[in-house]
Design a protein around this ligand. Structure first.
Ligand SMILES: C[S@@+](CC[C@H](N)C(=O)[O-])C[C@H]1O[C@@H](n2cnc3c(N)ncnc32)[C@H](O)[C@@H]1O
Length: 260
């Protein structure tokens, strides 16, 4: 259990990612791209390795500069034209823009983020891309303004670990997915406990380390919310995995809301 309060955690997360959004909004279309603070491991080179150059070549520098994920859930979600995608913790919008391409003009993409500067950045990036099928909402992912049974696919990239309580996140994901809808999450997950002092350090929270849940607990929370076919697709040690950080993995996890 963390010694940090939920409000304190959300406050430092908003502060940190607000700062990243403001700095990314000043990125030019020069060679300088990709965030340096993505979750724990980031360097611009590592952020770039999450995506192929074919995926990133048409995206604005301001979207790449805010990239702070630990996977590429869109690439794993088998999106089809016309589908509706929701992204929990959409940041500067990178995964929404890739999803918008995958579902096409007849589809719909909805980004959710609790940090105002990130939402402003994502909206500006959507205007740069002249996207008509993508929208961004300022909201906690635990309690969104979306109707139930809205989405065919829910993606999230290195965000759920930042939530002080994961149960309401998975309950909300379940609520807004249609029956038969797919959940595709990239996230930081623990394979062993981390020291209490590291877990209580807010800089480790905003770096997507201290809030990581034990793997079986995380998967159990997905099942408790009602998800079926919960499956870890891949599990990768984070870089600089010496000491207590060796307990942390970046994972791609899929699940399905039962029904059709
Ligand atoms: C590590 S960044 C990842 C951003 C994006 N998914 C990407 O791959 O670039 C985490 C983002 O999640 C947002 N976030 C964290 N907790 C949230 C919550 N409870 N509800 C909504 N957004 C949240 C932050 O504001 C931030 O933009």
């Amino acid at each position: 259990m963390t010694q940090l309060g939920n409000d304190q955690i959300k406050g430092v997360v908003k502060e940190r990612y607000g700062a990243l959004a403001r700095s990314a909004s000043e990125a030019s279309s020069s060679d300088d791209c990709c965030g340096t603070d993505c979750c724990s491991t980031a360097s611009s080179e590592e952020a770039l390795t999450l995506y192929t150059s074919a995926e990133t070549q048409d995206l604005p520098a301001e979207a790449l500069a805010a990239s702070a994920g630990c996977g590429n859930p869109t690439a794993l979600a088998s999106m089809q034209p016309g589908e509706t995608v929701v992204d929990f913790g959409s940041g500067g919008g990178i995964d929404c823009f890739l999803s918008a391409k995958a579902v096409g003009p007849s589809g719909r993409v909805i980004g959710i983020d609790m940090t105002e500067d990130m939402i402003n950045l994502a909206r500006a990036n959507a205007r740069r891309l002249k996207l008509s099928n993508t929208e961004f909402h300022l909201s906690d992912m635990e309690d969104t303004p979306l109707d139930e049974n809205t989405a065919d696919i829910l993606i999230s990239n290195c965000v759920i670990n930042l939530a002080p309580d994961k149960d309401p996140v998975f309950r909300e994901a379940f609520r807004i997915l249609k029956p038969g809808g797919r959940l595709m999450v990239s996230d930081m997950v623990l394979v062993d406990d981390i020291p209490e002092d590291q877990a209580a350090d807010t800089s480790n929270w905003v770096a997507c380390l201290a809030g990581a849940e034990k793997k079986e607990t995380y998967l159990g929370k997905m099942r408790d919310a009602g998800f079926a076919e919960v499956e870890v697709l891949s599990e990768t040690p984070i870089s600089g995995d010496d000491g207590w950080r060796a307990s942390i993995r970046s994972m791609n996890i899929k699940a399905v809301k039962p029904g059709s």
